[in-house]
Design a protein around this ligand. Structure first.
Ligand SMILES: [Zn+2]
Ligand SMILES: [Zn+2]
Length: 180
């Protein structure tokens, strides 16, 4: 019997295996400067380049975004980085300042309101996804939800339908008044 040999290349830093040498060599290397860098999901950036890159993306977004005066902004929810704030007080607390004062953040990303994202159907989907995640795909098929289960889900959804969810809207940026 002929034996098949598979050649693969390992990243010398993290040991991940790749079928080609170039990908292996660029695995834990900053794509900006070539210095060693931790692998992050898709692209690796070193600790020097990452903040610069994040900043570049932020700058580009900011330039393109529609500028909205704080007094004209009616959603009331803000996003900075990947955090959300319910109002300017909360935002100020985070940065240990009062928004509008010298040295406080001059802008925050606007948000859009989304309806309560949960429906009876989406709860069913969540349950089946969980089953799949733990390798119980067939379990979902076999499970019979107790009688009245959907009724309970239904009232749960109704009970929470007043809840809102928010998502950052990077096409609009809220500009705070400097107070001068
Ligand atoms: Zn690696
Ligand atoms: Zn770098």
């Amino acid at each position: 019997m002929k034996e098949e040999t598979r050649i693969y290349y390992k990243c010398s830093t993290c040991g991940s295996a790749f079928s080609d040498l170039i990908t292996a060599k660029s695995c834990c290397v900053c794509i900006e400067c070539g210095k060693p860098a931790p692998k992050r999901k898709l692209l690796a950036y070193c600790d020097d380049c990452l903040p610069r890159k994040v900043n570049e993306i932020e700058q580009a977004r900011f330039e393109k975004a529609q500028k909205v005066d704080y007094k004209d902004y009616d959603v009331g929810m803000f996003c900075v980085g990947d955090e959300y704030f319910e109002d300017v007080e909360e935002l100020g607390d985070q940065f240990e300042c009062v928004i509008g004062e010298e040295g406080s953040p001059q802008y925050a990303w606007a948000c859009v309101e989304k309806p309560f994202p949960v429906t009876v159907g989406s709860i069913h989907d969540m349950i089946s996804e969980c089953c799949g995640e733990y390798g119980y795909e067939d379990m979902y098929e076999r499970v019979r939800f107790p009688e009245g289960f959907d009724k309970i889900l239904n009232s749960f959804v109704k009970m929470n339908s007043h809840l809102k969810s928010f998502e950052a809207d990077f096409t609009r940026v809220v500009i705070f008044d400097k107070g001068d």
